[in-house]
Design a binder for this molecule. Structure first.
Ligand code: UD1
Length: 420
């Protein structure tokens, strides 16, 4: 295991190239199960969750080769259909293989995902969607056994109690590409990662309309072919560097971004005092100015994302007033608040709302990452803190950020990765 040692209060200055989106890559990799032909994916970030998904695809009969952020996926054994506990417990996005397996092989055996540090995370919406397409489901011995002789298109509403579900929308969309007839998903999630998946599926021969809106229509086809597809930029990594520019009073040129996916994020960080200058559709400069308090709620896209809530909280913990951040997607997602308080922040969590009284300075401390984005929030905090911080359990951060320490070091951060 590794930890980060960060000596804070170094002004960050320079250029960062944003990686491909983790959350777009994972379901798109799963989509390769829908075809026997080769799928080539460019701009895949080199991070742990990608390795885990590769491992899962190999257990499901694919051969994968990953070089210079390009991943080739070829089929060698079409008979396999089990996603075991050992993989699913590491990465919940493994559930995304269910739709493709059902559609192509008529069956899937998937370990039932448990809760995680950000809350209970049920999968009822996924199961509702698969049932609607004609799947028989049995939950036994910690596994979901799903079977369908033939999937049949259906009109369905996938809205959940906390809004639409990203992975459930993707899972059902993938299953429906090979179903008989037309599927209409109402209450679909609208994240850019869903449109990226739809674009990739369309390039494989799928018929999909409406991705990026809350109603997606899929007309099933007999089979899908291979493709070559480039993954969209990671909007959460982009936002994380905006927060880092903010806490350090730095100036970071972010390249290979897609500003069209960043509207509410740019607005949120601007309100918090990060000056954002858009240079072109794929580059911008983030400058840390006077950090101001904000009142922000996280919501599904196009609104401010839950995956940047921890980083924003770290930023406004040193603002000159009191901020209110409400979490509307994962109401329990505040594990980082107590860790930021160990660094001298003044944060009180009440239900799904955090009240953050800005302090003048954070002070370096040993803290622990409880999940991926909480970990990123702690890095953002440590970059601003006086003195030395140690961030433990950075394997959470490694799951979702490509070379975060290297990218930060290049722009002037004093950050080291050492054995824990
Ligand atoms: C995806 C992202 C994750 C992000 C989240 C919300 C990937 C790989 N991960 O996760 O980084 O934080 O979207 O933007 O893309 N829910 C149910 N039943 C379900 C499914 C979800 O009640 O069957 C609830 C969840 O508990 C949560 C809300 O719906 O409250 C949204 O979750 P969802 O969009 O499904 O998150 P993921 O797709 O798992």
């Amino acid at each position: 295991m590794y930890k980060y040692i960060i000596h804070g209060q170094k002004k960050l200055k320079g250029e960062v190239v944003i990686s491909g989106s983790k959350n777009a890559s994972l379901p798109i990799m799963a989509a390769s199960l829908l075809t026997k032909e080769e799928v080539i994916l460019q701009n895949i970030p080199d991070l742990m969750d990608i390795q885990t998904m590769r491992q899962l695809l190999e257990m499901l009969g694919k051969k994968t080769v990953f070089e210079n952020n390009t991943l080739s996926i070829k089929e060698i054994d079409p008979s396999l259909y089990e996603a075991p506990y050992d993989i699913v417990r590491k990465m919940r996005a493994s559930i995304a293989v269910m739709g493709p397996l059902l559609a192509r092989k008529g069956q899937a055996k998937i370990s039932f995902p448990g809760g995680c540090a950000i809350g209970p995370r049920p999968i009822d919406i996924h199961l509702r969607g698969m049932k609607a397409l004609g799947t028989d489901l049995l939950i036994e011995h910690g596994y979901i056994w799903a079977q369908a002789k033939e999937l049949t298109g259906k009109q369905m509403d996938l809205m959940g109690n906390f809004g639409p579900s990203v992975l459930a929308t993707e899972n059902v969309m993938m299953a429906a590409t090979l179903a008989k007839g037309i599927t209409i998903i109402e209450g679909a999630a609208r994240e850019p990662e869903i449109s990226d998946l739809a674009d990739c599926l369309i390039s494989m021969g799928a018929k999909i309309k409406g991705s990026g809106t809350s109603i997606i229509e899929i007309e099933g086809v007999k089979e899908l072919g291979g493709t070559s597809h480039t993954i969209i930029p990671d909007r959460i990594e982009t936002g994380t560097f905006m927060a880092a520019a903010g806490t350090t009073g730095g100036e970071i040129l972010l390249k290979k971004v897609n500003i069209l996916h960043m509207e509410e994020v740019i607005e949120g960080f601007s309100k918090a005092g990060v000056e954002i200058e858009i240079l072109s559709q794929d580059s911008l400069v983030a400058r840390g100015k006077n950090i101001r308090p904000v009142e922000i709620e996280t919501h599904p896209y196009p609104f401010f994302p839950t995956d940047l809530q921890a980083q924003l909280m770290a930023l406004v913990s040193i603002s000159d007033g009191t901020s209110v951040i409400s979490e509307k997607i994962f109401p329990d997602r505040f594990m980082h608040a107590a860790e930021l308080n160990r660094m001298g922040a003044d944060i009180k969590v009440d239900g799904a709302t955090a009240l953050i009284k800005g302090v003048k300075n954070l002070s370096g401390a040993a803290v622990m990452a409880s999940d991926l984005r909480a970990g990123a929030g702690l890095v953002v905090g440590a970059l601003a803190a006086r003195g030395k911080s140690e961030i433990l359990r950075i394997y959470h951060i490694d799951r979702g950020y490509e070379k975060l320490d290297e990218k930060l070091r290049k722009i002037g951060a004093d950050i080291e990765r050492v054995p824990q």
